[in-house]
Write a protein that binds this ligand. Structure first.
Ligand SMILES: Cc1cc2nc3c(=O)[nH]c(=O)nc-3n(C[C@H](O)[C@H](O)[C@H](O)COP(=O)(O)OP(=O)(O)OC[C@H]3O[C@@H](n4cnc5c(N)ncnc54)[C@H](O)[C@@H]3O)c2cc1C
Length: 421
């Protein structure tokens, strides 16, 4: 990795944000390399809806067609209470949102994004962990660890990743798209404080005959927010917000090889609990509960990096922000961050930028996330607001598939007022 073939930009992390960053850099003909500590792309749906702007990017990169076979379009968001649907938002009528959302699992998205990168011969080092980095005058010195599967020496042997080889390298710039426990962010010493309370969800994906009519349903009630997404192949995903105590054992780690299909002894993941939650929170759900494909509990902390980088090392995606799952904001906004950052770095590599672009990038990230997390903006009732929306305006803000740019159009369509706070 040293010498003539040094990448100009090293992207750490082959999640959706790292891959999108890499695609943009590749389009700009910037020599890049991706390092990913796992040995393959993700194997679960995780974040599963693409916002219209993300879908435009997929079309631009020529991967939208590949996603179609694994997707369901969503044209309406239906807000419900614990008794019935209360308000239906037709996305096709919201300026900028006309194409609606595309529900497609993150695993399919990551695989599709890899296609053009592999076709263009972009080097991707799977099973390589970025372990250290140091800024110098002309770039960043890198320490990578090649990982391989080995057996632990415990009484009960189990497979675990072990360092097989250490590699050093150099790049002009580094993008840390290495997820919520970002090594890049930690090495830069950037604080990642909690900015709002954690939400935990019990998530169930199962076969159903529910007629979804291309709608996603968001249920708001005393126990929190629940969300129903239609999935391709006659499946659906229900996510129910649950008390923190039931979730504390779980982390947000992507378990790429382990398919969790059982309840793992957690009462809240038993089929009877799902039936109970549906009976109580969504009695209108008349679909069958067929075979489970995936069940899990996942915690969503709300964190925001105090800045998005320094010098030659910058962050994008979950490395810089964490928020709740309902509006699918983390991944979609993260993909936009990767694209924006890639253009700024490409300009610098081409000798066009002056470095101010990076500072502005960091400030814009802070502005956008503070608004979406309800820290600097809020929605409130105005004349003509449907009472259910008015009394839940703060939770609706965090559940919208919105960005800072599209918030005013969503507010108008919902007859809510958007104001600074
Ligand atoms: C179980 C689960 C369910 C989720 N559900 C939702 C949802 O319903 N809605 C929603 O909006 N979001 C959801 N998310 C969050 C969503 O998956 C993330 O927002 C999205 O993946 C962020 O993309 P990213 O590329 O920034 O980070 P990631 O997808 O986390 O990718 C980071 C990559 O970096 C790699 N990496 C980490 N450290 C290193 C290192 N030192 N060197 C090299 N590589 C490294 C990781 O292996 C990983 O592949 C869910 C996440 C999980 C785990």
């Amino acid at each position: 990795m040293r010498g003539k073939t040094d990448p100009k930009v090293l992207v750490a992390g082959a999640g959706p944000v790292g891959l999108s960053t890499a695609l943009t850099l590749k389009e700009r003909n910037i020599p890049i390399e991706i390092v990913e500590r796992d040995d393959r792309p993700g194997t679960h749906s995780y974040a599963l809806a693409l916002h219209p702007r993300t879908l435009d990017r997929m079309r631009h990169w020529g991967v939208a067609d590949k996603l179609e076979a694994f997707s369901v379009p969503v044209r309406k968001l239906v807000f419900c209470d614990h008794e019935q649907p209360r308000y239906s938002l037709d996305l096709t009528q919201v300026p900028g949102q006309e194409s609606g959302l595309l529900v497609v699992g993150q695993d399919h998205l990551e695989t599709a994004l890899l296609g053009p990168l592999e076709a263009a011969g972009v080097p991707i080092r799977w099973s390589h962990r970025l372990a250290g980095l140091k800024q110098t005058e002309d770039g960043v010195e890198l320490e990578l660890e090649r990982l391989m599967e080995g057996m632990s020496g415990y009484a009960m042997a189990r497979l675990e990743w072990q360092v097989d080889k250490e590699v050093s390298g150099h790049a002009s710039y580094v993008v840390g798209a290495d997820g919520h426990f970002s090594m890049v962010r930690r090495k830069l010493g950037i604080e990642f404080p909690k900015v709002a309370s954690t939400q935990s969800f019990a998530v169930f994906e199962f076969k159903t005959n529910f007629q979804h009519h291309n709608e996603a349903r968001i249920v708001i009630g005393d126990e929190g927010v629940s969300v129903l997404w239609p999935l391709p192949g006659g499946y659906c995903r229900w996510g129910f917000e649950i008390a923190e105590a039931a979730a504390e054992q779980y982390s947000r780690d992507k378990d790429r090889l382990f398919m969790q299909v059982g309840s793992q002894g957690y009462h809240v993941l038993e089929a009877e609990m799902l039936e109970e939650m549906i009976r109580h929170r969504a009695p209108w759900f008349d679909g069958s509960i067929g075979s489970f494909r995936w069940r899990m509990i996942v915690r969503f902390e709300k964190r925001l990096a105090e800045r998005f980088g320094d010098g030659r090392i910058w962050l994008a995606g979950d490395a810089g922000h964490l928020t709740g799952p309902v509006g699918m904001q983390s991944m979609n906004i993260g993909i936009g961050e990767g694209e924006a950052l890639a253009h700024i770095l490409a300009d610098l590599v081409e000798g066009k930028g002056d470095g101010k672009g990076l500072q502005q990038y960091s400030e814009q990230r802070e502005r956008e996330w503070k608004a979406l997390m309800g820290l600097s903006m809020r929605l409130k009732e105005r004349s003509g607001t449907e009472p259910f929306l008015g009394s839940n305006a703060d939770r609706i803000l965090k559940s919208l598939p919105a960005s800072l740019d599209s918030l005013p159009a969503f507010a108008k369509a919902l007859k809510l007022e958007l104001e600074s706070c």
